[in-house]
Design a protein around this ligand. Structure first.
Ligand code: NAD
Length: 449
């Protein structure tokens, strides 16, 4: 099938590439000329495991094209996806300006019937706004062309996006026209062979499903961080508690890891946007507001542990100290630093007068873009280089390569021989046996050490 995709970011590029991989003819449109030029030359703007060879192969095979020209892409697409960003507005609601700009563009150029698919995460009612925007442009042109607007929210996980796209758990299709559902079923048939993953529903339910999924996962994380904060105070170890509750199949093992808070482009903005939607409809979403508040507090927790450590002794506190920071991306296997807890930690360390030496396996270029050059920030080539001249280590992203460091080398290198583990990836006994002081999240023994 012929497909056009607006937005060549984490969602649009992965979706377009996976659709091309199964034989569809895909044109990806973006307004970012540099990004489009780069993609045409095989330069992938994001880090996503497995993506680069697929983009190159499908581009070379002529099934995946990149352009800034909306008109030709719309002329190409039987199915036109909207996969542009929906960042938070000032009041936390989803900013629909990019989605509606694409809708107007579609209306200005549509020349044959098409199914318009909303893949961006958008508040309930957005499909109606997209439909109205397209219809208004068609009316202004004085033409009548049949089109459908379908909600098809995306559930891929950054860091695992290609696998999620090639083997989706479910394909939610919200539509009010069975013909449009049939078109999407044909499009997704190659991903849907061994069992039916399509969940059909009405448009509004599909829009809400995406927010409900993210809000549920964010709730699990904030719940666990809440329990971790209790564990820290009562002298319990959250990691033992996690083992104790995860084995209950009603609770399960996923998303019950305590840590430095969730970040990324989805959970923070989607939880806020859903709470905002609720408020706009006269409902105060107390739980969602609490989930976000707990997460906001948690992002500052590692720094609290750092302060607590340094305020205990005769030291002058954090001022003048140098911290090695391992990890900057909001989670492993991505270079995405949107709303990453590392950003809060670095801001707090700088505010307190510390210098940081940072290393992330994939997010260094993004870090340079986000932070720029500054005297109290040193970009390092390796994790061990970040330790040189540092007093302490803070781990904030649980990349696999950080999991088994040479603790003796850490002990020798770090001036104050202390590790702040924002993801609980180390065994406190092992690290303390190496002569290092250890702080984790919710590991009560840290407070009582
Ligand atoms: P992104 O910021 O990585 O990419 C958005 C792209 O859209 C950018 O390249 C931008 O230049 C482009 N764009 C903006 N206006 C445009 C226009 N008028 N025409 C063409 N291109 C335009 O965003 P993302 O992370 O891919 O997210 C896209 C949507 O998908 C959001 O609503 C997000 O909430 C949702 N989503 C994201 C993820 C994720 O893990 N990132 C997962 C599921 C859903």
């Amino acid at each position: 099938m012929r497909v056009a995709i607006f937005g060549t970011g984490y969602v649009g590029l992965v979706t377009g590439t996976c659709l091309a991989e199964v034989g569809h003819d895909v044109v990806c449109v973006d307004i970012d000329q540099a990004k489009v030029d780069g993609l045409g030359q095989g330069i992938i703007p994001i880090y996503e495991p497995g993506l680069e060879p697929m983009v190159k192969a499908n581009h070379a095979a002529g099934r995946l094209a990149f352009t800034t020209e909306a008109a030709s892409a719309i002329a190409h697409g039987q199915v036109v996806f909207i996969a542009v960003g929906t960042p938070p507005d000032e009041d936390g609601s989803a900013d629909l300006q990019y989605v509606l700009a694409v809708a107007r563009t579609i209306g200005r150029h549509l020349a044959q019937p098409a199914v318009v698919v909303n893949k961006s995460t958008v508040p309930v009612g957005t499909a109606d706004k997209v439909r109205a925007a397209i219809a208004a442009e068609l009316a202004a042109r004085g033409v009548e062309i049949a089109f459908d607007v379908v909600s098809n929210p995306e559930f891929l996980k950054e860091g695992d996006a290609v696998a999620d796209c090639m083997r989706p758990d479910r394909i939610v299709i919200g539509a009010d026209n069975p013909d449009a559902v049939a078109v999407l079923r044909r499009l997704y048939a190659p991903f849907n062979r061994n069992r039916d993953r399509v969940v059909e529903m009405d448009v509004r339910s599909a829009e809400l499903t995406k927010y409900a999924a993210n809000a549920m996962l964010a709730t699990k994380i904030s719940f666990m961080n809440e329990i971790a904060n209790i564990a820290e105070r009562v002298g319990a170890d959250i990691e033992q508690v996690r083992q104790g509750i995860g084995s209950d199949p009603r609770i399960g093992w996923h998303f019950i890891y305590p840590g430095a808070g969730y970040g990324g482009s989805c959970f923070p903005k989607d939880v806020q946007a859903l709470a905002r939607t609720a408020a706009q409809h006269g409902h105060q979403a107390q739980l969602l507001n609490a989930v976000e508040a707990v997460n906001d507090g948690q992002k500052g927790h590692l720094f609290e542990l750092i302060q607590r450590h340094y305020d205990r002794g005769e030291d002058e506190g954090v001022r003048g100290k140098t911290f090695a920071v391992w990890g900057l991306a909001f989670k492993p296997n991505t270079d995405d630093m949107r709303a990453a807890p590392s950003r809060r930690l670095l801001a707090q360390l700088w505010e307190a007068g510390a210098t940081v030496r940072v290393f992330d396996p994939e997010a260094m270029h993004e870090a340079r873009r986000v932070f720029g050059e500054r005297a109290d920030l040193v970009f390092c080539e390796t994790a061990y280089e970040a330790l040189e001249g540092a007093d302490a280590l803070a781990v904030i992203t649980e990349w696999k390569q950080f999991r088994s460091p040479d603790f003796a080398r850490l002990r020798q290198t770090l001036g104050d021989a202390v590790v702040f583990d924002g993801r609980n990836i180390y065994d406190p006994q092992e690290i303390e046996a190496a002569g290092l002081a250890y702080y984790g999240i919710g590991r009560g023994r840290s407070l009582h050490a």
